[in-house]
Design a protein around this ligand. Structure first.
Ligand SMILES: [Zn+2]
Ligand SMILES: [Zn+2]
Length: 286
């Protein structure tokens, strides 16, 4: 095995274990959860941007195809809305009658479990809601008009992760925050879920030639998510999981091919979406 091939197998498991394992360790050691998540996100972003240059999946995907300006404009709205939605949902649930745990007079979230297990449980819960939110965005024509903006690019690189209409960011943000807020998961768990969203969201779209092997049963990143961006609808309507593929396996929508490593063409058939960010924002309302 050549060195470059060995590296392409090791990149993903090493970085994800280091970032998420390091996050669990640092929070258990008493560090501020939001700071840990922020540092983990920044380190992941720096590594992904450098690796896209050193080990690209497609060299031409590192260059703008008229999409860079719109992608840059989506960044602040994505982070701004996400930063607002979660605290608002938590506050709304607390104000509107308290947590389910209080209403039922029994703690619903297993706060006594080791943090790592709480994190896994939280991922399962959030991914269930996000699986259906994402699938509905493909299957319900009105919702697809919002989500199409995420799917129309003909290339995948790290900034596709935040390329989403504000309507989609609000819709999925609320559905992501409600289950954990209702169940009463703590700030440590919420920070770790946020960190997982960052590192796995970056690897989901990254233009890095990394291999998954058996991890393609667990993670909805890299080659698995490229199928989801195929121009062929019969390939694209699969692999809905935003970080993991648990629920795609359960509901029969996991998709992978042995013969081809990627769809030949990405994007949307008969793409009518304008290139300008401002025109894109108005697409769903026309
Ligand atoms: Zn999609
Ligand atoms: Zn995507």
């Amino acid at each position: 095995m050549k060195v470059s091939e060995l590296i392409s197998w090791l990149i993903f498991p090493i970085i994800v274990t280091a970032v998420l394992g390091g996050g669990v360790w640092a929070i258990e050691a008493g560090h501020e959860p939001s700071v840990v998540a922020g540092i983990g996100t920044f380190v992941s972003l720096a590594l992904v941007v450098v690796l896209e240059r050193l080990l690209p999946f497609r060299k031409e995907w590192n260059h703008s195809q008229g999409d860079l300006l719109a992608d840059l404009l989506y960044l602040p709205s994505y982070f701004g809305i996400n930063a607002l939605v979660q605290p608002l949902v938590v506050a709304g649930i607390v104000l509107g009658g308290g947590l389910l745990s209080d209403a039922m007079n029994t703690p619903l979230w297993p706060t006594e479990w080791p943090l790592l297990l709480q994190f896994v449980l939280a991922c399962l819960a959030v991914e269930f809601f996000d699986y259906w939110a994402h699938r509905w965005m493909h299957e319900v024509p009105f919702l697809w008009r919002f989500h199409a903006i995420h799917h129309n690019p003909k290339r995948l690189y790290w900034m596709n992760a935040t390329r989403a209409h504000f309507g989609e960011v609000i819709f999925r943000g609320i559905l992501n925050a409600v289950p954990l807020a209702l169940l009463g998961a703590g700030g440590e768990v919420l920070a770790l879920v946020g960190l997982a969203n960052s590192v796995l969201g970056l690897f989901q779209h990254a233009n890095i030639n990394f291999k998954l092997g058996p991890l393609s049963w667990i993670f909805s990143v890299g080659e698995m998510h490229r199928w989801h961006h195929s121009v062929r609808i019969e390939e694209a309507n699969h692999n809905y999981g935003s970080n993991f593929l648990f629920w795609d396996v359960v509901f029969g929508t996991r998709y992978r091919e042995e013969q081809r490593d990627s769809p030949e063409q990405l994007g949307i058939e008969n793409d009518q979406i304008p290139a300008s960010w401002w025109a894109q924002l108005r697409v769903p309302f026309k």
